[in-house]
Write a protein that binds this ligand. Structure first.
Ligand SMILES: NC(=O)C1=CN([C@@H]2O[C@H](COP(=O)(O)OP(=O)(O)OC[C@H]3O[C@@H](n4cnc5c(N)ncnc54)[C@H](OP(=O)(O)O)[C@@H]3O)[C@@H](O)[C@H]2O)C=CC1
Ligand SMILES: CC(=O)N[C@@H](CCC(=O)OP(=O)(O)O)C(=O)O
Length: 339
């Protein structure tokens, strides 16, 4: 597309953590114009700086409460909407938005699982119906054509696990189970107050052991059985995942390296690194850093992303870049982060 055209867009959930990161990226994006930044209807309109004073002098956006009466006006004025909403809210709203002709990038889990029964078990409500199937989006594995009505942006932990393991799928021992141990910062739980994310309560603890909703999403995305144990860590942002998998007999280091190179040599936002990544090298960036080592026939991967960026907002923008045939990194490098 030409440099002059600008794509009008809106962010829902812009008062929340992943929504404000989206709003900031789109506010600074060379090819998108952020026309609306919505909150729930429970708020009054207010400047984004009232919630995020770190944006003072840098961002004049007004947060507006969403009401369904605004839909006709929205559909006339914008082409693309980004939803950073609770799963059940996306499930109800997204079909209305696509029916109004809007292109939807949904950061929730409402449309990620292909299997209706798995979806109901993981999310506790029936799978929402769309006129066309949702496209499950991990940017590096997607080939968006620009005619998909809804992109279900992958979950944060599944993004990290799939980027590490999926390129090596053909090298794994058939029917083995891959183990994903991951630690997330507290922003993964969102901005709303909850006891579990209270400063005094957060330590380092496993949760959702082998029954987290991301376990079936990882299995769907990677294509093998997964055992997933997430942990909540006492830091703000970032996900560090350690993945263990059994390699097929005779798998060489060269085969692993070749598989990664084949997958990522043209992917600027995945970096294969020679030492285990630290969270601080990815936090505030759209990158995913991957390290690997073998121990006998066991493959060990260490992977790091920013949960609010590569795990949410920057991945959504990366997918939108792909949708509109823009460079993968457009509007993503050197933007920093808000939260
Ligand atoms: N946090 C993370 O690391 C990641 C989050 N996600 C997904 O992104 C989505 C948002 O998560 P997160 O940013 O953490 O959540 P937050 O709790 O930080 O923000 C939620 C946002 O949704 C808005 N909202 C809530 N209910 C409604 C409603 N009925 N109508 C309109 N707006 C509403 C809130 O507005 P208000 O302030 O007015 O209540 C707020 O802006 C979730 O689906 C989550 O699973 C995906 C990947 C990573
Ligand atoms: C630390 C923490 O609570 N993390 C969240 C995952 C982040 C998130 O919001 O999930 P999605 O990527 O599916 O949207 C959780 O475990 O539910």
């Amino acid at each position: 597309m030409s440099q002059q055209e600008s794509i009008n867009c809106a962010v829902f959930g812009a008062s929340g953590y992943s929504g404000v990161e989206l709003a900031w990226l789109l506010h600074n994006h060379p090819f998108f114009t952020l026309s609306y930044a919505f909150t729930s209807g429970a708020r009054e309109a207010e400047p984004i700086t009232a919630l995020y004073p770190q944006l003072n002098g840098r961002c004049e956006l007004t947060l507006q409460p969403w009401h369904s009466d605004l839909l006709p006006q929205l559909a006339q004025q914008v082409r693309v909407v980004f939803l950073a909403l609770p799963h059940a809210v996306s499930a109800e709203l997204a079909p209305q938005l696509t029916a109004a002709g809007l292109i939807v990038f949904d950061l929730s889990g409402a449309f990620r699982l292909a299997d209706a029964r798995q979806h109901a078990m993981a999310y506790g409500f029936p799978q929402p119906q769309l006129n066309a199937p949702a496209h499950y989006g991990i940017a590096e594995f997607s080939d968006l054509q620009g005619n998909e009505p809804l992109v279900a942006v992958a979950g944060c932990y599944p993004t990290a696990a799939a980027l590490a393991l999926r390129p090596l799928k053909a090298l794994l021992k058939p029917s083995s189970v891959a183990i994903v141990n991951a630690v997330s910062g507290v922003t993964g739980a969102g901005r709303k107050a909850q006891l579990a994310s209270n400063f005094n309560e957060v330590s380092l603890q496993a949760y959702g052991v082998a029954n987290h909703r991301h376990q079936p999403e990882m299995a769907q995305s990677i294509g093998c059985d997964i055992l997933f144990v997430p942990h909540l860590g006492n830091f703000k942002r970032g996900i560090l995942a350690t993945v263990y998998a059994e390699l097929a007999p005779g798998t060489t280091q060269a085969a692993i390296e070749d598989s990664f190179q084949a997958c990522y040599h043209n992917q600027p936002l995945v970096r294969l690194v020679g030492t285990p990544p630290k969270l601080q090298q990815v936090v505030g960036t759209p990158y995913c850093d991957i390290y690997y080592k073998t121990h006998g026939s066991t493959l060990i991967l260490s992977v790091a992303i920013d949960n609010l960026l590569k795990g949410a907002a920057s991945q959504a923008v990366q997918l939108a870049n792909q949708y509109f045939r823009l460079p993968a990194t457009a509007g993503l490098i050197n933007q920093g982060a808000v939260v």
